[in-house]
Structure formats: C-alpha cells, structure tokens
Design a protein around this ligand. Structure first.
Ligand SMILES: [Zn+2]
Length: 402
C-alpha cells in the first residue's frame, strides 16, 4: 500500500486501496475512495456514465463544432462593439487558462484577464502570467487578497476538517470575475473548463448529496458559516458573490458563459507545446500545480487526511477523451503525486505561512474528516435551481398572458 495514502477510511462508505470492499472502475480509474461511486453489472462506474450521458451525448461532429464556434465568436465580437473588452477570463498561469488566452488572440477577441493573487502562486505561475499578458498584449486586472483575512478564511476550512481547502480561492476568483464583468459591463465570461482534461460529474442519487472532494465553492452561505464558526478576523475586503446576486447580475449585465475549449479538439500535450513555442510559457508537473497550496493540498492533505488521490479524476478525464489509456493511468498512479522532497519543502512553507506550529498542523491532520453537510449549506437549493428557474419562467409567461 502506497505510503502517501492513509490506510484508514476517512469518511463513512469510503474504501481505500488494500481494504476489503475496495473497487476500481474497469474503464476509468475512479475507485471506492470516492464516496459517491456506484458500479453497474459490467463494473463500469457512474462517473463513466456521467461522461457518456452529459458529454458524449452532446458531443458535436467536428464540422458542427466549428460552425458553432464561429457563430459564437461572431456574437462575442458584436456584443463587444464600443466596449473596452468583449470578454473576461480568469488567468491562473496554468495550461487551460493560458491556452484559452492564446486562442482569444488568434480569434481576434479583446479579453480582460483577471488574476486572483491569493499569495500562493509559484514563480512559474507568475512567469507564465507575465508572458501571456506581455506577448498577447492583453490587460490584466490583478486582485491581491488581504493576507490576514484570507489566511483566516483558509485556516477556517482546515480547522473545519473539510476536503475543499481551495473553496476560498475558487470563490474569490469567481466573485472577482463577476464583479469586474459588472463594473466594465463585459457581456461574455470565458472559462477554460473542458471535458478533455477534467472529469465529469457522476450520475446517481448519491452524487447529489455526497461530495468526496469537497463541496461547491459558489455556496456563500456555506463559506460564511464555516468562517463564522472557525475564523476570528472580519472579512472586510474578501470578494463574495451569493447566488441571488449572481442570478441578478446575469440578468442585468446579461452575462453569458462560454467554454471554448469544448469546441476545439483540445489536446493537453499539444497545447503545452504550442504555449512553449509561441509564448515562452513554462510547463509544470501535475494539474494546477502552478500554485503551492494546490500542490500541497493534492499531494499531502487530500491523500493523507481524506484518502483521496485527485489524479484519479484528471486521469479518468484523459481516458474518456482518448488522450491516455488505462494502463498508462495506472502506471502514473503508482508513483507519488509529487516528489517527497518537494512535499516536505511545501509542508514547511505551508505551516509557516499559515502561522501554525507543527503540532497544531499535525492535530488538524489527525482530526476527524467532515463533510460539507456537517455545516450549513444551500446544496438543496443549488440542486433545484433548474426547477426553480423553470417555474419562474412559467409564472412570468402566465403573468404576461393574463
Ligand atoms: Zn469509470
């Protein structure tokens, strides 16, 4: 049994490698360390079914994709006439967002790039952000967090025993992008979200209520509740965006979301090569290892406290999109997520930066793992948004007729 994975189950219903009851999908590499996994008679999991239903079913033929992409790009250019920017894009310095910025240039778009500086960026990420902006000539809006506030918020999630330590960063960038779109009246929100390198949501009742990797970052009620209970610094400047404000903004500024990478034959290796050649962009190991906290979270905290290896999600995504075969993914998984010396270096940095003592951090790692549902949340409301919007539309229509 690999020593970077803890050998006791962290959550009820979780089975890790080496335990009786452990199972791995026959098609992808998802396994019973994900509490929401379910298998069919053939031994294929509900993440595979999620991919088939949600992605493959709507997968367009390449000619159709091209036609749709051209039409969308035209709409973006038209909506942007007379404005400083026609779209907005969060830039982390990682492959997906950098590649999307490069494509925006090729398509003749004028994006405003937004960076959320949470204080954890690697030198490499800063270099990549700099070359993307300089070589492409795009404006960059950098939001720098107030460190005492942000540290307190991240510590709250750590103290709460929640797997989603990245929620404060993810919510922050999401709120910054919406705020900036409102201030500058930018109608299109681009994202590097893609089906080729990111795993799909599982299908099934269980997956509506259980989240092995952490709960949705957009739930402000949850974020505030966790901070209220475990934090001590008032959040005066941290950007926040509640569900109602977001829905109102989407109506007022008419913000439309667009994930262009899903309209391209997006191949990660080829994208990296193109970024290196055209921009002098530099690659890094792992998915989202451009940030120290992400790297440490995925290679130490998640595996050791929650018995979760996030690479299973990324590698499964690559298997589904035909960029990797299962045997290659298993070879990759047999290696530790990050070289041990780097993990140790990151651990020391992490403890020091959060102003923890070694024993305080160890106690947090040993403490019981919790689920989002142990704290106030709006999961039910989020799950019902499509139904609520459907009824609201119907009511509005009926109101107009009468
Ligand atoms: Zn599967």
């Amino acid at each position: 049994m690999a020593n970077w994975i803890r050998n006791t189950p962290a959550l009820a219903g979780q089975f890790v490698p080496g335990m009786p009851g452990y199972r791995e999908c026959r098609r992808c590499v998802m396994d019973t360390s994900m509490v929401e996994i379910e298998f069919d008679d053939e031994g294929t999991c509900n993440f595979c079914r999620g991919y088939d239903l949600k992605v493959k079913a709507v997968e367009l033929a390449s000619a159709e994709k091209e036609r749709k992409l051209t039409a969308l790009l035209e709409a973006i250019r038209a909506d942007g006439k007379g404005r400083d920017y026609d779209c907005i894009l969060g830039l982390s310095g990682g492959v997906d967002s950098s590649y999307l910025a490069l494509k925006c240039k090729d398509w003749g778009l004028r994006p405003l790039l937004v960076q959320f500086d949470n204080g954890w960026n690697t030198e490499l990420a800063n270099h990549n952000i700099q070359v993307v902006c300089e070589k492409l000539g795009f404006d960059l809006h950098t939001y720098v967090v107030d460190w005492p506030e942000f540290r307190d918020l991240q510590l709250s999630f750590l103290k709460a025993g929640l797997a989603n330590l990245e929620a404060p960063s993810d919510h922050g960038i999401f709120a910054c992008i919406y705020r900036e779109a409102e201030a500058q009246k930018i109608p299109w929100l681009m994202s590097g979200v893609n089906n080729a390198t990111e795993a799909c949501c599982p299908i099934g009742e269980k997956s509506k209520y259980r989240f092995g990797y952490g709960y949705r970052y957009s739930d402000l009620v949850h974020l505030k509740a966790v901070h209220r209970r475990f934090g001590s610094v008032r959040l005066k400047t941290y950007p926040m965006m509640g569900i109602l404000k977001r829905m109102w903004l989407e109506r007022k500024v008419k913000i439309k979301r667009f994930d262009p990478l899903n309209f391209l034959a997006y191949d990660k290796k080829a994208a990296i090569a193109e970024l290196q050649e055209r921009l002098g962009w530099r690659p890094y190991e792992g998915k989202h290892f451009e940030s120290v906290i992400t790297r440490f979270h995925q290679s130490y905290i998640l595996p050791r406290k929650f018995a979760l290896d996030k690479r299973r999600l990324h590698l499964s995504g690559l298997i589904w999109s035909g960029q990797l075969d299962r045997a290659q993914a298993l070879t990759e998984l047999a290696r530790p997520p990050c070289p041990p010396e780097m993990v140790e270096q990151d651990r020391q940095f992490f403890v020091k930066k959060l102003r923890l003592s070694e024993s305080e951090f160890d106690a947090m790692m040993q403490a019981e793992a919790k689920e989002y549902s142990d704290y106030p949340n709006l999961n039910r409301t989020f799950n019902n948004i499509p139904r609520i919007t459907h009824w609201l539309r119907l009511l509005v229509r009926l109101g107009r007729k009468s």
